[in-house]
Design a protein around this ligand. Structure first.
Ligand code: AMP
Ligand code: MN
Ligand code: MN
Ligand code: MN
Length: 279
């Protein structure tokens, strides 16, 4: 039997993606996805529309979210899957995170004003599909539109990353909060794109030890930003920690993503796929 084509990491306009939740769902189904989760940043606002689109397309739907945390000063993302979206601990925690995003966005606007680029907060807001969720991606798209850089990665490189003039520090959720919010609602917590973090091997093991101790169960092994070497490396860690392995494109939009929905390599065969835990 062919392995399931599951894609448990992608975004819609409800966070910083470019397509509506239903359009993302139809695209996933058209690409042959069997199990699908929409994992917008810090919001559950797209899940109702996504669930309906999946049902219409005859595709299995799993609730999802990508929570922004900070661990030992580093920004990290934790994906939650298969939780009850009505659980107040998760929805309340995410409400606070989104309020923090607005505050950070205003400070980013001030930082751009200080280098002679005014009106950036208001400009970024116009690029946000959901006024309740503002992301650095919206700043990047606005700044490209006014010719500050040629493309989105260029804006990140020159303005929006630590040490650059448009970057401001921010307090996100803690690892413990994110995992607790997800598991309280019956969900599974998964480390998103571990290959993207600037951590030594020892730091990564320390992080995964803590993640497992507080109830984390999964890790993305195959994902849009992982090289073949990353896949081998994180497959080894998944085995070592007895984690379930996840697979996700991190699709944001047709011209802004490394890979399309469902179009990424299968997991190494011996790993336990996370869809078995959440279907
Ligand atoms: P935020 O959560 O508001 O800090 O924004 C992070 C988002 O910006 C990520 O989810 C990506 O969608 C996008 N992003 C981060 N780094 C880059 C980069 N180097 N190039 C393009 N997009 C990026
Ligand atoms: Mn994003
Ligand atoms: Mn992420
Ligand atoms: Mn993502």
């Amino acid at each position: 039997m062919n392995p399931a084509n599951f894609d448990f990491h992608c975004h819609s306009v409800v966070s910083d993606g470019l397509l509506a939740p239903a359009v993302v769902g139809r695209r996933a189904a058209a690409n042959g996805v069997d199990f699908w989760a929409l994992t917008d940043h810090d919001t559950l606002g797209g899940l109702g529309e996504a669930r309906e689109a999946a049902a219409d397309a005859g595709m299995n739907f799993v609730t999802g979210v990508e929570i922004s945390i900070e661990w030992q000063g580093k920004p990290i993302h934790i994906v939650g899957l298969g939780f009850d979206p009505a659980h107040p601990l998760l929805s309340g925690g995410l409400d606070d995170l989104r309020r923090g995003r607005v505050d950070r966005a205003r400070r980013m606007g001030d930082a751009f004003a200080a280098i002679g680029i005014p009106g950036v907060f208001e400009g970024a807001q116009r690029f946000a599909g959901n006024p309740d969720l503002i992301s650095r991606a919206h700043f990047a798209r606005y700044l490209v539109s006014i010719g500050i850089a040629a493309d989105v990665p260029g804006v990140f490189q020159h303005y929006l990353t630590p040490g650059k003039p448009g970057y401001v520090d921010h307090r996100w959720a803690t690892l413990e909060e994110a995992v607790t919010w997800i598991t309280a609602g019956g969900g599974v917590a998964v480390v998103a794109h571990p290959g993207r973090y600037k951590m030594s091997g020892a730091e990564m093991r320390h992080f995964l030890d803590e993640f497992k101790d507080i109830g984390g169960q999964g890790i993305e092994v195959t994902c849009g930003s992982h090289s073949p070497d990353h896949v081998l490396h994180f497959a080894r860690l998944a085995r070592h920690y007895a984690f379930h392995a996840s697979r996700g494109s991190d699709f944001h939009g047709p011209d802004e993503s490394y890979v399309d929905l469902g179009r990424l390599p299968q997991l190494p065969q011996d790993l336990k796929p996370v869809w078995r835990l959440v279907r």
